[in-house]
Ligand binder design. Structure first.
Ligand code: NAD
Length: 366
């Protein structure tokens, strides 16, 4: 009963709010930021996360504590748990699902392929089934990835480009999700928007990603590995600041049309959209390290090595015209500014020993 009350009050529409959103992966990097953004403008938000230990769970707990302080109820469960999902949807009439839970990371997939199949394929279909069977069916916005462009050599990447050559198992599962999403859209009338994120970085970020581990190594005086292509080319990434991605997610939810229902012949065509959410300014990893050195006021020990065959692509570069037109998406944070904000957060995090309360003290994401 207490659970029911808490879920309902967390999901209750506040004054001025419009949406009732289930955010999966709410204790994750992007999920925690978007949940707070939605809650702070008055939407009803319930978060779901399994708090897996792919990277330090303390960081997920700290993000979740932030959300709970803001009045967001967090359900600790795996996406594949059909019983929990159906109880949750019985209690709350979600207008929208923002699905961000996934097994992320390209390199971890080499040794842990089934973790990707479990969360990104099994978990995704479990959630789609739940949405399909719910009345009303919520509109779904979910995280795809720039990795679906794979070994595409055309730049910048546009949504209509080919995506049939993934370079990693992570990318393959994200591509599979787009195919599954399209299938659920045209068979069951689910409204679905796929957002292809490009290397998102920022405060409360992911310790497994290069911007975070490079920062850690530079601070600790440890060498960093910079990958180089077979002809000495440098890797480049279209680093995108978290606030820009949050705005893109919120605008996608706001412009999502309702699902049209799953009633056999009566079904009507539902909305299906795919958008790039990138920064449109790819930066070579060497230049990225120089910006980090400037903010950290410390030189990196650069160890340039040939790129291992772990599934990384050489470059990413988003064309965001489609999102600009449909969502009003305009990435406005350059890498220098964004990394400055990240470094400031990073230092305060370690100043407080990476501890739960210490992380929350003196820092408010929104
Ligand atoms: P994250 O790992 O910080 O967040 C994902 C969260 O999902 C985690 O808290 C994790 O515990 C949870 N989760 C994973 N599997 C789950 C399961 N089976 N059941 C319940 N919860 C589960 O990652 P993020 O950077 O916040 O990424 C969010 C989404 O965006 C992911 O789908 C990711 O693939 C995608 N994406 C991220 C980036 C990026 O640069 N951060 C780039 C492209 C795509």
């Amino acid at each position: 009963a207490a659970w029911k009350k808490a879920v309902l009050s967390s999901a209750a529409r506040q004054e001025g709010g419009q949406l009732t959103v289930l955010v999966t992966g709410a204790a994750g990097f992007v999920g925690s930021h978007v949940s707070l953004a939605l809650k702070s403008r008055g939407d009803g938000v319930v978060g779901l996360d399994n708090f897996n230990d792919y990277y330090p769970v303390a960081l997920k707990r700290a993000r979740a504590a932030n959300l709970q302080k803001a009045g967001i109820f967090i359900v600790e469960a795996d996406l594949n748990d059909r019983v929990v999902l159906s109880k949750l949807f019985d209690r709350v009439r979600f207008t929208h699902v923002l699905h961000l839970a996934a097994q992320a990371g390209v390199r971890y997939a080499v040794k842990n392929p089934l973790a990707y199949v479990h969360s990104n394929v099994g978990g995704f279909v479990t959630l789609l089934e739940q949405c399909k069977n719910s009345k009303p069916q919520p509109a779904i916005v979910y995280a795809s990835s720039s990795s679906v462009y794979g070994l595409n050599s055309k730049v910048p990447f546009s949504e209509d480009d080919r995506t049939d050559h993934p370079a990693s198992l992570y990318a393959a599962t994200k591509k599979a999700d787009e195919v599954l999403a399209h299938t659920y859209n045209h068979i069951y009338g689910l409204s679905i928007t796929a957002l292809r994120f490009f290397t998102v970085y920022g405060p409360w970020g992911r310790p497994d990603m290069a911007y975070f581990s490079f920062t850690r190594n530079i601070v600790d005086g440890q060498p960093i590995k910079i990958f180089q292509g077979p002809h000495g080319e440098e890797l480049a990434r279209d680093f995108t600041f978290i606030d820009d991605v949050v705005k893109g997610c919120v605008a996608s939810l706001d412009t999502a049309l309702p699902s049209t229902g799953s009633e056999g012949k009566k079904r009507k065509k539902a909305q299906f959209r795919i958008f790039n959410l990138g920064n449109t300014q790819p930066v070579k990893v060497g230049d990225f390290v120089s910006i980090l050195e400037k903010h950290l006021k410390k030189k990196a020990k650069r160890n340039v090595i040939p790129m291992p065959a772990t599934g990384d692509v050489m470059f990413t570069h988003a064309n965001v015209t489609k999102a600009q037109v449909a969502l009003g998406y305009n990435p406005s944070t350059d890498l220098d500014t964004g990394l400055g904000i990240f470094v400031k957060w990073y230092k305060s995090y370690y100043k407080h020993g990476g501890e739960h309360e210490g992380m929350l003290k003196g820092y408010k994401p929104y």
